[in-house]
Design a protein around this ligand. Structure first.
Ligand SMILES: NC(=O)c1ccc[n+]([C@@H]2O[C@H](COP(=O)([O-])OP(=O)(O)OC[C@H]3O[C@@H](n4cnc5c(N)ncnc54)[C@H](OP(=O)(O)O)[C@@H]3O)[C@@H](O)[C@H]2O)c1
Length: 298
C-alpha cells in the first residue's frame, strides 16, 4: 500500500496518475489523504482508498498510515505559520510519529536542492525544508528527499502578466543560469522510488531538467513559443517582501521567501551536479509548448 499526500497538488496529482497506470499490473494498493475528496476526479476516487483530512493532523495520519508500506510526503507550506520550521518540521511531526508507530518502510519527500552549500543554513524556506528531511531521516524510516531546483511550473502564477503585459518577474540575476525542473519529472522520479523500494537508509535524489537556464534565456524561449515578445523584469528583494506581505503572508513566511531568493543568487542551487540518472526528460521549450502556452491562450 502506497499513501499519497497532496493528491490535488501539481506533483501529487501527476504522481497519482502515474501510479494508477502502473499499479494494476503490480497489484499495489493506493490510498490518498485529501482535505476535500470532492476535488478528486470521480475516475480517481473510484480506484483509490480515500482518507479525508489534512496530513498534518495526528488522527488523520494515524488512520492513513495503518497498513502502509510507503508514503509520498509533501509539506504543503503555511503562509500564516508562526515560523517556517513550524510549516515544515512542525507540520511533519504527527506523520513522523505515525511512520514509526505503523512500521512504514519507505518515505519519499518533496524537498529542495541546497544541502552542503555555504548558504544552506540561511536560505529561508529551503533551510526549513532540509531540516524537515533531517527530522524524517531521524525516525529511522528509509527516506529519499527529492532535491529540487525551482519549478518551471512557478511561471503559471504569472500567466496573466505574461499574457496581458508580456512580462514575468523574479529576483534572480537576469543572466545567471540556474537549474530548473518540471513538476511532471519530479512526479516520475517519485513514482520510480515508490514502486521499486529496494533502496535503504537515507539520502537525497536531485531532479533536474536537461539544461540550466537564465531568466533571459527563458524569456527568449517563451517569446518564441508564444510568437510575441515576453521579457524578464528583475525585482528587488524589497519588492518581493512587499508583494508577499500584500498577498497576506505572515512575517515568518515573508522572511523565509526573501532569505531563499537571496541565497538563490549566492549559490544555493550549486549543491548537486546533473547526471543522466537525475535528469528528467522535460526541457523548458517542451514545457512551454505543452503547459504554459495553453494556459496563456486559455
Ligand atoms: N515551487 C518551487 O519552485 C519549489 C521548489 C522546491 C520545493 N518545493 C516544494 O514543493 C512543495 C509543493 O508541491 P506542489 O507544487 O506539487 O504543491 P501545490 O500544487 O502547491 O499543491 C499544494 C497541495 O497542498 C495541499 N494543502 C495545502 N494546505 C494544506 C494543509 N494545511 N493540509 C493539507 N494539505 C494542504 C493542497 O490541497 P488542497 O487541494 O486541499 O488545497 C494541494 O494538494 C512544497 O513542499 C514546496 O516547498 C517547491
Amino acid at each position: 500500500m502506497i499513501v499519497i499526500t497532496t493528491p490535488t497538488g501539481q506533483i501529487g496529482g501527476r504522481l497519482l496518475d502515474i501510479l494508477l497506470d502502473e499499479t494494476p499490473t503490480r497489484g499495489e494498493e493506493l490510498r490518498v489523504i485529501v482535505r476535500d475528496p470532492g476535488k478528486l476526479p470521480e475516475r480517481v476516487r473510484a480506484r483509490v482508498d480515500v482518507v479525508a483530512g489534512s496530513h498534518g493532523d495526528p488522527d488523520v495520519v494515524d488512520r492513513a498510515f495503518t497498513g502502509a508500506d510507503a508514503v509520498f510526503w509533501v509539506p504543503p507550506g503555511d503562509p500564516q505559520a508562526p515560523s517556517i520550521d513550524a510549516a515544515y518540521s512542525g507540520f511533519t511531526r504527527a506523520a513522523a510519529k505515525a511512520f514509526a508507530a505503523h512500521g512504514v518502510g519507505h518515505v519519499v519527500g518533496v524537498s529542495s536542492l541546497g544541502r552542503g552549500t555555504a548558504v544552506a543554513d540561511r536560505a529561508g524556506l529551503v533551510t526549513a525544508s532540509l531540516a524537515m528531511d533531517d527530522f524524517i531521516a531521524s525516525t529511522g524510516v528509509a527516506y529519499r528527499a527529492l532535491a529540487n531546483p525551482s519549478f518551471m511550473d512557478n511561471l503559471l502564477r504569472q500567466v496573466v502578466s505574461i499574457r496581458d503585459n508580456g512580462i514575468f518577474t523574479g529576483t534572480t540575476e537576469a543572466d545567471r543560469a540556474d537549474p530548473i525542473v518540471a513538476t511532471r519529472d519530479i512526479a516520475a522520479a517519485a513514482a520510480g522510488l515508490l514502486l521499486d523500494r529496494s533502496w535503504t537508509g537515507t539520502g537525497e535524489v536531485p531532479v533536474f531538467a536537461p539544461a540550466d537556464l537564465s531568466a533571459n534565456d527563458m524569456a527568449r524561449v517563451i517569446s518564441d513559443v508564444l510568437g510575441r515578445p515576453v521579457r524578464y523584469e528583475r525585482q528587488s528583494l524589497d519588492d518581493l517582501r512587499a508583494r508577499q506581505a500584500a498577498r497576506g503572508a505572515g512575517e515568518a513566511t515573508v522572511r523565509g521567501y526573501v532569505d531563499m531568493m537571496r541565497a538563490a543568487d549566492e549559490g544555493l542551487y550549486d549543491s548537486a551536479r546533473r547526471t543522466p540518472g537525475n535528469t528528467g526528460p522535460t526541457g523548458f521549450r517542451e514545457w512551454c509548448e505543452q503547459v504554459l502556452a495553453p494556459a496563456v491562450r486559455a
